[in-house]
Design a protein around this ligand. Structure first.
Ligand SMILES: [Mn+2]
Length: 241
């Protein structure tokens, strides 16, 4: 049986076609899977488990149905939906995974990350990440009225879109030294992440004669993107509905 990895769907009321693609994926391919891992940025904006947009509900229901059908579903925070918490996990039947996590994937220790922690050249973003990942700051945010949180969430998104447009592509990608350091730190030879929206499989030199593989999942803006892994195969694929 196949284990599936997806990331960066960026579900948003403005893009109903992604919602449809996601529901179809959960109702068909994912039903046959051994497990599904969602490596962050499932939602474009998430301001707290008490205040999902009504448009997010069908996706949440489809996740719950998948989990109820017996497929384990794991969720890791992205930089957009880092405020997802235990209530969401309970409601959708998913298990929250810390970033990074190392899993045993058919005998191969494999690191899972959202990927933003590897983009160390983007100092401005790393400062932002440092603060918003603080539990005390998140608690504080979650105590604000939901309407205010939505205002903050939307303005952060608008600012980040504006900054992203002005940044060189290189700065937005992973830093090669940060990648090698993370491989050593986690003691693995395979890493799977999303975030950069540059689906690819990279061979990484770890020094000595050691090599590793870094697999980058794609976003779902124009198509679905999924990594399928079983005992013998590892396939990074995109699909239309
Ligand atoms: Mn991201």
């Amino acid at each position: 049986m196949t284990t599936l990895f997806i990331a960066d769907l960026h579900l948003d009321p403005l893009r109903p076609e992604i919602q449809a693609r996601f529901s179809g994926f959960l109702q068909r391919e994912a039903r046959q899977a051994r497990a599904l891992y969602i490596l962050g940025d499932l939602f474009e904006v998430w301001v707290g488990d008490d205040a999902p947009l009504p448009e997010y509900r069908p996706g949440m229901r489809a996740l719950r149905e998948l989990a109820d059908s017996g497929v384990p579903v794991y969720f890791m925070h992205g930089n957009r939906d880092f405020l997802i918490g235990q209530r969401f996990a309970r409601e959708c039947g998913v298990q929250l995974l810390p970033d990074p996590s190392v899993i045993n994937l058919y005998g191969e220790p494999t690191a899972l990350l959202h990927g933003d922690s590897l983009c160390t050249d983007d100092r401005e973003y790393q400062r932002f990440r440092y603060w918003v990942r603080k539990p005390w700051l998140q608690d504080l945010l979650l105590r604000l009225p939901a309407s205010l949180r939505w205002r903050i969430g939307r303005s952060i998104r608008a600012r980040s879109q504006q900054r992203t447009r002005n940044k060189p592509m290189q700065i937005m990608d992973v830093n090669p030294e940060a990648v090698v350091a993370r491989f050593h730190e986690l003691g693995v030879r395979r890493m799977i992440h999303g975030h950069t929206h540059r689906p690819d499989r990279h061979k990484v030199e770890l020094g000595g004669n050691a090599t590793a593989e870094r697999i980058v999942l794609g976003d779902w803006f124009e198509q679905g993107s999924v990594l399928r892994v079983d005992e013998n195969h590892c396939e990074l694929a995109s699909f239309q509905d």
